[in-house]
Ligand binder design. Structure first.
Ligand code: SF4
Length: 434
């Protein structure tokens, strides 16, 4: 587990009441660098913890904060009692927090139907991702990436056994979804192996023929996974970046070298590994850094997919508040300033198409020097960029295999069916509110 000193640790009464779950709490607390007495709480205590004990005081985009402490820990259990709407509305109203936080704090967010590219998706014509169920086990992260807002509080469930039981029902109702991303609101290996949940999840997936967990991470912490009975049903996607970015903008994640070494360890233990260069931040020496990272990853590992995504989702002024501007390549920064693209125009703001295309093509050329075959795709890009690069990439927006979509099974080179499916029983079919 990471060496951390959270300013506070909270555990829900359902954690304390269950011997298996309280042992998980105890192991995590015993591994902290600075001893903390966990506070056991009930639902009714949450408004006070949120407002008087200022639970979320350290939350915000980390690059905009003067100081970034380790996150406070909140351990709870997922609930599958059908009371999600009633309970989350109660907490949101009582404590003045968003429904998103209320849902996470009360344990009502074990997964989520991602309505990508279907009616109702605000990014329907601007982002190529496929609709699918996305898994959640935590909300928050120990890493301190400057561009990220997931610091301050790390909420983690401890009842992975109940989570798996219910996930089995969801999977049975959606036979078309083969791969399940865990996750995009956290980086789950950080508290392991002390927490003891991710190993249970990996081994459970190992019992589900044809179904795969995709763990998305920037961690160096992979050694503990070696002896798990994963049965080939867990894929681990490392977000990698060049050396400068990894050390100066993503300071608590593994460095480029450490992440690739963690991937090598996982590969040696039989896991399928893959990479995302995401986000690619055009720092001054981004070309040399990318070339070196690609050389390193092929020297040590054999990924089945590599995805690329240039830094996006904000306007240039927001980016300049979050990132160390002096580190950025003046060519890319000036182009972004001149273009002044906003996320309202396209989610790929702030870097204009020509800048992003050049960055993608550089990565692609370097990858092809080492491996002419491995599928390379664009992650969360728009249809315009896909159209522009599909010749070089050798696949299109509707048939590419990516790092974490619903059918990104190990070794697949291209999708055989149309990518855009719907949830069973309507938008959520009862599974979203379990
Ligand atoms: S690893 Fe991911 S979730 Fe964690 S701080 Fe960095 S960007 Fe955020």
């Amino acid at each position: 587990m990471y060496a951390i000193s959270p300013p506070a640790v909270y555990a829900h009464e359902t954690v304390a009441a269950n011997p298996k779950y309280s042992a998980r709490l105890e192991r995590v607390v015993n591994a902290l660098q600075t001893p903390v007495e966990p506070v056991i709480f009930a639902d009714e205590d949450l408004p006070r913890i949120i407002n008087e004990e200022r639970l979320f005081e350290n939350c915000g985009t980390m690059g905009e904060m003067a100081e970034v402490p380790d996150p406070k820990l909140v351990l709870n259990t997922f609930r599958f009692d059908g009371r999600r709407q009633e309970r989350t509305e109660w907490l949101a109203g009582e404590a003045g927090v968003s429904l998103h936080y209320a849902t996470a704090l009360l344990g009502y967010r074990p997964w989520q139907w991602a309505n990508y590219n279907l009616a109702g998706d605000p990014a329907q014509h601007d982002k190529v991702c496929r609709p699918c169920w996305r898994l959640h086990f935590q909300r928050g992260c120990l890493h301190k990436c400057a561009y990220c807002g997931l610091g301050g509080v790390l909420i983690s469930a401890v009842n992975s056994d109940e989570w798996c039981d219910n996930l089995g029902r969801l999977m049975d109702a959606h036979p078309w979804q083969e791969t399940y991303l865990l996750e995009d609101d956290a980086d789950v290996p950080g508290l392991e192996p002390e927490l003891g949940c991710l190993g249970e999840i990996i081994e459970w997936f190992g019992t589900r023929p044809g179904r795969y967990a995709i763990i998305h991470t920037k961690t160096w912490n992979a050694d503990w996974m070696r002896d798990l009975r994963h049965n080939g049903n867990t894929i681990i996607v490392w977000s990698v970046s060049g050396d400068t970015q990894s050390r100066l903008i993503e300071p608590v994640c593994g460095t480029t070298e450490e992440r690739i070494e963690a991937a090598r360890v996982a590969q040696e233990a039989g896991y399928q590994i893959r990479y995302k260069f995401k986000p690619i931040i055009p720092v001054r020496n981004w070309r040399e850094d990318a070339t070196a990272a690609i050389e390193q990853l092929f020297a040590k590992t054999n990924p089945d997919v590599i995805s690329l995504c240039v830094y996006m989702w904000q306007d240039v002024e927001t980016m300049k508040r979050r990132l160390p501007v002096d580190l950025l390549d003046p060519w890319a920064l000036e182009a972004a300033e001149e273009a002044a693209i906003t996320p309202g125009q396209t989610r790929t703001a702030p870097f204009p198409d020509d800048v992003r295309a050049e960055i993608y093509l550089h990565h692609l050329r370097e990858i092809r020097k080492h491996n002419p075959e491995v599928p390379v795709s664009l992650s969360t890009e728009n249809f315009t960029m896909w159209k522009r690069l599909e010749g070089e990439l050798g696949c299109s927006a509707t048939n590419y295999v990516c790092g974490c979509g619903p059918n990104a099974t190990p070794g697949r080179r291209c999708l055989s069916e149309h990518a855009f499916k719907i949830a069973e029983g309507g938008p959520v079919g009862g599974f979203d509110g379990m």
